[in-house]
Ligand binder design. Sequence first.
Ligand code: NAP
Length: 248
Amino acid sequence: MKRLEGKTALVTGAARGIGLEIAMAFAAEGAAVAVADLSQQDCAAAAAEIAGKTGAKAIGLGLDVSKEADCERAIEETIAAFGKVDILVNNAGITRDGLVLRMKEADFDAVMDVNLKGAFLMAKAAAKPMLKARAGRIINISSVVGQSGQAGQANYSASKAGLIGLTKSLAREFAPRQVLVNAVAPGFIRTRMTEGLKDEAKTKIYEMIPLGRMGEPGEVAKAALFLAGDDSAYITGQVLAVNGGLYM
Ligand code: NAP
């Protein structure tokens, strides 16, 4: 029996990177998946790839997670396509790095809007059907720098720390209806977000990671899969670090 047979999931920021790996892993375990991302075209391509590789049902949904109407429509369209929404993964995220003294207010706001407000809006939209169903999983993709802080990423690390607070508050609010809310905090993972790093910076990072290498998107997907399935039925309000030991 596949681990997510009969389940439906919506993953944001799923056209590429970690989100695509999560959607692919869920589909491989039998879930019908809604691939939600900024570009409708990229979503449709990712959904077709997922359906082709796994045989699972997959749809693409263009949305901007920082817009409430888009989030509500994405949940409605997922329910229209699959009948329900069991799992929400808030994975969409952006960076606008810079030292604080040079960071523009717009760069702070943009990162907060997508990374933190986006997760709040999606969770709010998904909570209505989940609370009614008295079942559901919400998984927020935070970051190691939300736990440790990071020079040059005040906006990003604040948004990711905020996500941990949001996770714990949602977990407390929704627990009476059996809706479980957890976070995954990845370390340095090989995606477009990190590929721009210079070799010198990468070497320095490897030296700081006890396991001595970057992580792969599939390794984050496995943690999300655990938190989405029955094996984590007694876990809520937690942060699962997938960081090679970088922060303990
Ligand atoms: P990625 O490759 O840049 O993918 C992020 C996806 O989110 C992109 O497809 C992007 O769309 C989409 N997105 C951006 N703004 C959006 C919005 N307003 N509405 C909907 N979708 C939006 O990044 P990744 O490395 O896979 O990261 C995925 C998540 O993991 C992020 O939350 C990130 O902060 C977190 N994370 C990553 C690492 C790492 O080392 N890579 C470490 C810790 C945490 P476009 O491509 O069209 O812009």
